[in-house]
Ligand binder design. Structure first.
Ligand code: IVH
Length: 683
């Protein structure tokens, strides 16, 4: 393709993709399938690789990330990013209003009320209408340049829609992590044994500082804008400037309102104090700003904050109640979580009886003791949290809390790895909640999908001593199950439900277990619940090693050689197979008939590349790097991350690093071009 033609095509594809993005994200009205959309994007990515001179800063390919930043450049803010004065009372709001009026020598001032978004501040700098830089607040004077990460946020225009854009335009706003996505992200992290984020704000700030923008692209960040700074464009008022930004395509929430008096403002505040629960993002107050820019200018700034604005912060609803006792919960991975049992108390519309105490450090920092009167808040508006102790009310005889040393469920001595906050019960194979958790994971939908065995039934089987390990499931007999009974009592002890297994459910359970034997090897591997081996990792390992035997024999080096497998996962896999009891258990599962090998048809379209390992590097013309990697696997080959003497081929595209090339040459590894590779699999 000629350059001119490519440029044309790139522009056309970009326009098409932008249109579909808008239909999908802004109007929730997609008109093409996700697959067709991905195909357009793939084509654009391919053309931009081939003609990097036409990879424009506002290209929609920037939304999917892919850049890696070792560290972030710093940018000095043209205007420092200040904070706002805070208040928690109506009286102080009245004083603020009086100060402004006195200064302006007027009787009435227009104020704009906006929500105070509880996220991470960001400054967006546009040059000639194209997003040039996105910078964090940092210390207020200079911040980190996180443009590639911010470009993944769909509601931030990469190019402004207008013919008359100022040469330079800066907008400020807040990046937020939606509440529902936050809960999902944390659940996924806990599933993998990773520390959850404390609240959506931390999730947002952790995400925009990530090094790999393609991971950022998978998290649904939001951005609301609340401040326009433009040297060239003069507005009369703040409200007008935001209305202008809205016409340029910026995400300006329509929750703002103008008031002339404190009573109106206070009503706005009280309405939102209630309605905030219904928002899918967090707010921690309301910001009140003088609308008139001329007056703003005259009022100016103190060293820390503008005199023309103030933040009214919602008081975190806080109540006092007594700590009755502390329970220790043992999770599927053996992590111990202390949970406080509280005298029931009303908080933000719900009755709170329990609150997480997180870990031993938190208990020590707060110096919480049994029988203390403690303060409870809705932390991050989602989960109740103990924030302090009423020391004055403390009983003189009370003693510091001593953390447990042994597992409350199985009595094993707890361990705590250096640098980790949690204690763990190391008794993975015989600690009841760990066994039950492992079985629940094994039968779950994404694993062996035995849906005839819900959570209650696992408990029933465990309590009756029928299932103590995964392989026991496959030994269950009709007569063992028929007539089993268990009564479940509700948390408050007021209601109970008896489950008893009759003929029909017994048949369903046995049929579900039998059917699960057809699950392919990657699912089986995931179902085992090896720490840090989630669904994707299980697929990668299964494809690479092809059988449980091969995986079991793999060394640390062989493991980290697999594409995208790092030290942490490799160590966890090694530790898993190092336990003799695991090995015995695996033998039983194999005997039961589970798939411990990839089947031919999952494995490959052909066996042309059987046993061959490839390192793919650089940029290709006809296929994307991912397509090439898929083709290698489909034809029976393996992708490895780095070149070693054992590598069979290096597939070199444009821009492959010279060091890699040298290494391949030194080791006499054949270097293939894209065409040679395509020939190899098609002839
Ligand atoms: S205006 C010069 N408006 O609150 C003042 N800030 O403590 C510019 N924030 O760093 C800030 N919602 O991150 C403004 N509607 C809003 C806001 C808002 C949240 C944050 C912002 C700022 C902090 C001030």
């Amino acid at each position: 393709m000629k350059a001119e033609e490519a440029k044309h095509k790139i522009i056309e594809l970009s326009a098409q993709i932008n249109k579909h993005n808008l239909l999908y994200y802004n109007q929730s009205n997609p008109v093409i399938s996700d697959y067709d959309f991905d195909m357009l994007l793939e084509e654009l990515i391919r053309l931009e690789h081939e003609f990097p001179e036409f990879r424009f800063a506002d290209s929609p390919t920037q939304r999917v990330g892919g850049s890696i930043s070792k560290s972030f450049d710093q940018h000095i803010h043209q205007n420092p990013m200040l904070s706002l004065g805070n208040t928690y009372s109506k009286e102080e709001l009245v004083e603020f209003d009086q100060r402004v009026k006195k200064f302006a020598q007027v009787d009435q001032v227009d104020y704009v009320c906006e929500l105070k978004y509880d996220g991470v501040a960001i400054s967006l700098i546009y040059k000639n209408g194209v997003l040039d830089k996105a910078v964090t607040r940092g210390d207020g004077v200079k911040g980190d340049v996180v443009t590639n990460n911010i470009k993944t946020i769909r509601t931030i225009p990469l190019r402004i829609k207008s013919d008359a854009v100022p040469e330079e335009l800066e907008l400020r706003g807040e990046v937020l992590f939606p509440k529902d996505a936050f809960l999902k992200l944390n659940a996924a992290r806990e599933e993998l044994g990773e520390a959850p984020f404390a609240n959506p704000r931390n999730a947002a700030s952790g995400t925009i500082k990530m090094q790999d923008s393609s991971i950022v692209a998978k998290r649904p960040l939001e951005c609301f804008l609340y401040y326009v700074i433009s040297a060239e464009k003069e507005f009369e008022s703040h409200y007008q400037s935001l209305e202008y930004a809205k016409t340029l395509g910026f995400n300006i929430p329509n929750t703002m309102a103008i008031y002339q008096n404190i009573d109106g403002i206070f009503e706005f505040i009280q309405d939102w104090a209630k309605a905030k629960e219904n928002l899918n993002f967090e707010i921690d107050g309301v910001v009140i700003k003088v609308n008139d820019f001329a007056l703003q200018k005259r009022l100016g700034f103190t060293a820390k904050s503008p005199r023309w604005a103030i933040a009214y912060k919602f008081k975190a609803e806080r109540v006092e109640t007594r700590l009755i006792s502390v329970d220790f919960q043992v999770g599927r991975t053996g992590a111990i979580t202390p949970v406080a049992n509280l005298e029931p108390v009303q908080l933000a519309g719900t009755t709170v009886k329990r609150a997480s105490l997180h870990n031993a450090d938190i208990i020590e920092q707060l110096d919480i003791r049994l029988n203390d009167l403690v303060y409870v808040e809705k932390g991050g508006e989602i989960i109740p949290k103990i924030v302090g102790v009423n020391r004055e009310a403390r009983n003189a005889e009370s003693k510091p809390f001593t953390y447990i040393e042994r597992c409350p469920e199985c009595g094993a001595l707890l361990t705590r790895n250096e640098g980790e906050a949690n204690h763990y019960c190391p008794n993975q194979l015989s600690c009841p909640p760990q066994i039950k958790g492992r079985i629940e994971h094994f039968i779950s939908r994404k694993a062996m999908n035995i849906d005839s065995l819900g959570e209650g039934k696992v408990e029933l089987l465990f309590d009756n001593g029928l299932v103590k390990k995964l392989s026991d499931l496959f030994q269950l007999k009709h007569d063992d199950l028929l007539g089993l009974e268990k009564t479940f009592v509700s948390d408050d002890g007021l209601t109970s439900k008896t489950m008893s297994l009759r003929e029909k459910s017994v048949e369903n359970i046995l049929a579900g277990i039998e059917k699960s034997k057809q699950m392919p090897f990657p699912k089986v591997l995931y179902a085992l619940g090896i720490r840090y081996v989630g669904e994707t990792t299980a697929k990668k390992l299964a494809k690479h090693f092809k059988s449980m035997d091969q995986l079991q024999k793999a060394s640390f080096e062989a493991l980290i050689d697999v594409d995208e497998i790092g030290d942490k996962i490799a160590e966890s896999v090694l530790a898993y197979f190092a336990d003799d009891r695991t090995v015995d258990e695996l033998a039983l599962l194999k005997e039961a008939g589970l798939h411990f090998e990839l089947l031919e048809d999952e494995n490959a379209d052909s066996a042309i590349l059987n046993g061959k390992s490839f390192v793919v590097s650089g940029v290709f013309e006809k296929l994307s790097r991912n397509e090439i990697k898929e083709l290698i696997e489909k034809n029976g080959g393996r992708n490895v991350g780095s070149i070693s003497a054992k590598t069979d081929y290096v597939l070199a595209g444009a821009n492959m690093g010279p060091a890699k090339l040298k290494k391949a040459e030194a080791l006499h590894i054949p270097i293939l071009s894209e065409d040679e590779f395509i020939n190899m699999i098609t002839t």
